[in-house]
Design a protein around this ligand. Structure first.
Ligand SMILES: *[C@@H]1O[C@H](CO)[C@@H](O)[C@H](O)[C@H]1NC(C)=O
Ligand SMILES: *[C@@H]1O[C@H](CO)[C@@H](O)[C@H](O)[C@H]1NC(C)=O
Ligand SMILES: *[C@@H]1O[C@H](CO)[C@@H](O)[C@H](O)[C@H]1NC(C)=O
Ligand SMILES: *[C@@H]1O[C@H](CO)[C@@H](O)[C@H](O)[C@H]1NC(C)=O
Ligand SMILES: *[C@@H]1O[C@H](CO)[C@@H](O)[C@H](O)[C@H]1NC(C)=O
Ligand SMILES: *[C@@H]1O[C@H](CO)[C@@H](O)[C@H](O)[C@H]1NC(C)=O
Ligand SMILES: *[C@@H]1O[C@H](CO)[C@@H](O)[C@H](O)[C@H]1NC(C)=O
Ligand SMILES: *[C@@H]1O[C@H](CO)[C@@H](O)[C@H](O)[C@H]1NC(C)=O
Ligand SMILES: *[C@@H]1O[C@H](CO)[C@@H](O)[C@H](O)[C@H]1NC(C)=O
Ligand SMILES: *[C@@H]1O[C@H](CO)[C@@H](O)[C@H](O)[C@H]1NC(C)=O
Length: 456
């Protein structure tokens, strides 16, 4: 027994640095492939190969230790592009393997990458993956998404994808923020498109865990046409060193046509939305999320585009901390002439701690920026139903006076099943704090004032 296990561990420790019997392709300089124990030992005498007791991951695939491991060389400096090596590695690791990017090493990506062919692959990122800030290159070479004119460096798609470790994905955003210089992303004349740091498209089962997503040029993550995406233990920040160029639009999480979006144990330190699912996002679960300086945790906006149906449904958001922001817990649906339609249904915000925030609780069915008269003439066609705010506490910034919650529905539109319970938000502007309600059908569970009452 002893000699067999010694032999096995010896075989497992062999890092194959040249072509293996399993693969005749050349290996790039500095790369290596290591087989797992169960494969590297000859099956004729290995008791492990026949074992039926191998652990499986959540999707029924091999766990880390049973995977073929691929390593590539690291970059020597910030322009030493290893994107070809990375693409080689991920192809090699596809169908059951793992790419390992090691601690203390930097891997620079200077070319756009189409990673939509994946099927059962792990990327263990303990080092730093950093994008070049060659603005000319990226503005000519990227993946474009018409929704809010987004571009990205790379696209992740396929099935059963896990990206995890203690490493960093660095968007190298400073040059982008400086170049953008405060322009508006939605300005139709704007042509300075900035890349999204992490984007999935047509993906099923994808998990991102442990990573630091740093300095995205634009939105930090965008999930498109994706089913079952999980972020756990993520840190997101975007910090500019130039006081005259803010890291604008660096949203933590955005989504479009996504079913199954989970974010847990995550901290976000950006100057825009912390978490804001966009059209057609269903089955959302958020727990233990911390947001600082953000525009809050928002459902929407949806219902923007004429003739288009949008929806967001079944969201559970629990134990969220929102500090120093513009908004806290928010829902927004468009009203006005030439807008879309749809619904927001079954949303629960529970145990929400808000501090120093301008508008702690917001329901806005008269979005975007339309006045009372216009909202009455063109009420929203996005029904908002079954929304609960449970145990929401803390302080506003006082910017909106004593108003700590502002719930504004379109007159005559469907806005029902709105329930508030155990709300204790105070305002430095004075007591008692006010909750404003307008055009909501049915009882909301707390004492409301009409908007007129706040004008004094
Ligand atoms: C989505 O991915 C699947 C494989 O996972 C593929 O068969 C299908 O063609 C892709 N769809 C699109 C629109 O790219
Ligand atoms: C800071 O940003 C401004 C524009 O936002 C830009 O004009 C200026 O060059 C930047 N400063 C540095 C040191 O890059
Ligand atoms: C709530 O989330 C915070 C992180 O923002 C975490 O430290 C805390 O343990 C969580 N509380 C519970 C009860 O899970
Ligand atoms: C929160 O954000 C503010 C700026 O909005 C910043 O000054 C502060 O350092 C941040 N706090 C933490 C704990 O990151
Ligand atoms: C949302 O889904 C509906 C179909 O249910 C579709 O018509 C619409 O185009 C989708 N919205 C977006 C923005 O993709
Ligand atoms: C409402 O959403 C929750 C998840 O937050 C889900 O468990 C529940 O089934 C949904 N209710 C309905 C009626 O769909
Ligand atoms: C909105 O609610 C109205 C009234 O209940 C209903 O007739 C309409 O079909 C709903 N619209 C959508 C998109 O669900
Ligand atoms: C409301 O907005 C409409 C459309 O922008 C404008 O014509 C109208 O004058 C505004 N009314 C008030 C009272 O501000
Ligand atoms: C509301 O919160 C304050 C502290 O922010 C606390 O002193 C007060 O007891 C709370 N009120 C209720 C009813 O829980
Ligand atoms: C609020 O004020 C407007 C005029 O500014 C008035 O038409 C309306 O009747 C008032 N509503 C209530 C509930 O007092």
């Amino acid at each position: 027994m002893k000699s067999i296990s010694l032999l096995l561990s010896f075989a497992a420790s062999l890092a194959l640095t040249s072509a293996t019997p399993f693969d005749n392709n050349a290996i790039p300089a500095g790369a290596s492939i290591t087989l797992p124990r169960s494969l590297s030992s000859s099956s004729s005498f290995s008791p492990l190969t026949r074992s039926n007791h191998k652990k499986k991951d959540n999707w029924g695939n091999a766990v880390e230790k049973d995977r073929k491991k691929i390593k590539i060389r690291a970059s020597k400096h910030d322009r030493d592009d290893i994107s070809d090596d990375f693409l080689w590695a991920i192809k090699k690791a596809n169908h059951g393997g793992l790419v390992h990017l090691e601690k203390g090493k930097k891997y620079v990506i200077g070319k756009k990458l189409d990673l939509t062919f994946l099927k059962d692959v792990y990327v263990k990122l303990d080092g730093e993956l950093k994008f070049t800030n060659d603005i000319d290159y990226w503005q000519k070479n990227n993946f474009y998404y018409p929704f809010q004119k987004s571009i990205t460096f790379w696209v992740w798609g396929g099935k059963d994808i896990k990206i995890y470790g203690k490493g960093v994905i660095n968007g190298n955003g400073q040059a982008w923020w400086d170049g953008f210089s405060g322009a508006e992303i939605l300005d139709p004349k704007n042509k300075f498109y900035r890349p999204i740091l992490f984007l999935t498209d047509n993906a099923t089962n994808i998990e991102i865990a442990g990573l630091h997503l740093k300095d995205s040029p634009c939105w930090t993550t965008f999930l498109v046409r994706t089913k079952n995406v999980v972020f756990d233990n993520i840190y997101i920040d975007a910090v500019s060193t130039n006081v005259s160029s803010l890291p604008k639009n660096t949203d933590g999480f955005d989504s479009l046509n996504v079913d199954g979006l989970t974010v847990t144990n995550t901290r976000v330190n950006v100057g825009d939305d912390c978490f804001s699912p966009k059209p057609n996002t269903t089955n959302i679960f958020v727990k233990n999320l911390w947001c600082n300086g953000t525009h809050g945790v928002s459902m929407g906006s949806i219902g923007q585009y004429p003739g288009v149906k949008d929806y967001i449904s079944n969201a559970w958001l629990e134990n969220i901390t929102l500090l120093n922001g513009q908004n806290g817990a928010r829902l927004k649906a468009w009203a006005g002439p030439n807008v879309g339609y749809g619904y927001i249904d079954n949303i629960t915000y529970k145990d929400i701690h808000i501090e120093n925030t301008d508008a702690p609780v917001v329901l806005d069915q008269c979005y975007f920026n339309i006045n009372k008269t216009a909202c009455a003439a063109y009420p929203s066609n996005v029904n908002i139903t079954n929304v609960k705010f449970l145990n929401v506490y803390g302080t506003s910034s006082g910017k909106n006076g004593r108003v700590v919650a502002d719930l504004k529905c379109s007159p005559g539109a469907t806005c029902s099943g709105i329930h508030l319970e155990n709300i204790n938000i105070t305002s430095p502007a004075g007591a008692p704090p006010q909750i404003v309600c307008e055009n909501i059908q049915g009882d909301v569970g707390v004492t409301c004032v009409s908007p007129n009452a706040t004008q004094t």
